[in-house]
Design a protein around this ligand. Structure first.
Ligand code: COA
Length: 159
């Protein structure tokens, strides 16, 4: 599960995809404090406890470090940055039923553009799991050699 590197100075634009999704009724928005309980419950239900913790962290600052995909007032996906280690993107996830629509890519692009605005030149995708091809295709991410367990090595358990 290596980490991956992304050049933030060479990002694809995000607006076209965000608008296409909006036309299908899917809104990509930055999380607000009033969204926290719903976002945390969503991540707990669809993903895991470790990601739930990261999601909570995202709401500990302003603006939050989380973008949400919302359809019919229901969260269908999320993506965080600067919640595990500074300069790290992730975790992120989209519900099974809503994959393949461009939601994961839109959430990724929103976060990476936000990181660029925050002054980073590169972002690190932490623990890329089975999604390495997704990150390579969408934002040209490259694998950082020998990067696992890397930043995560001191967690009590890698789950
Ligand atoms: C990875 C994930 C967020 C992608 O979300 P998604 O909404 O299905 O992705 P998109 O529809 O935006 O896909 C964008 C492109 O990436 C491709 N893609 C998506 N998931 C992929 C995968 N796992 N492997 C390879 N390519 C993938 C799509 O085919 C699409 O390609 P195209 O633009 O050429 O058509 C989603 O599959 C997910 O939640 N996975 C489980 C959690 C996870 O692994 N998170 C990442 C860990 S760091």
């Amino acid at each position: 599960m290596p980490d991956m590197l992304v050049k933030l100075y060479d990002l694809p634009e995000k607006q076209t995809l965000v608008q296409q999704l909006a036309q299908q009724g899917i809104m990509i928005k930055r999380g607000m404090s009033g969204d926290m309980h719903r976002a945390v419950a969503f991540v707990e239900e669809h993903f895991n406890a470790s990601w739930r913790n990261s999601c909570q962290n995202a709401f500990a600052r302003l603006p939050s470090g989380i973008f949400l995909a919302v359809r019919d007032k229901q969260i269908i996906g999320f993506a965080c940055y600067d919640v595990v280690v500074r300069n790290f993107f992730g975790p992120t996830g989209v519900t099974d039923a809503c994959r393949g629509l461009g939601v994961g890519k839109a959430l990724l692009l929103e976060c990476l553009h936000a990181m660029r605005s925050d002054g980073y030149a590169y972002a690190i995708i932490g623990w890329a799991e089975d999604a390495q091809t997704f990150y390579q295709r969408t934002v040209g991410a490259t694998v950082i050699p020998n990067s696992f367990p890397g930043a995560y090595r001191n967690m009590v358990a890698l789950d």
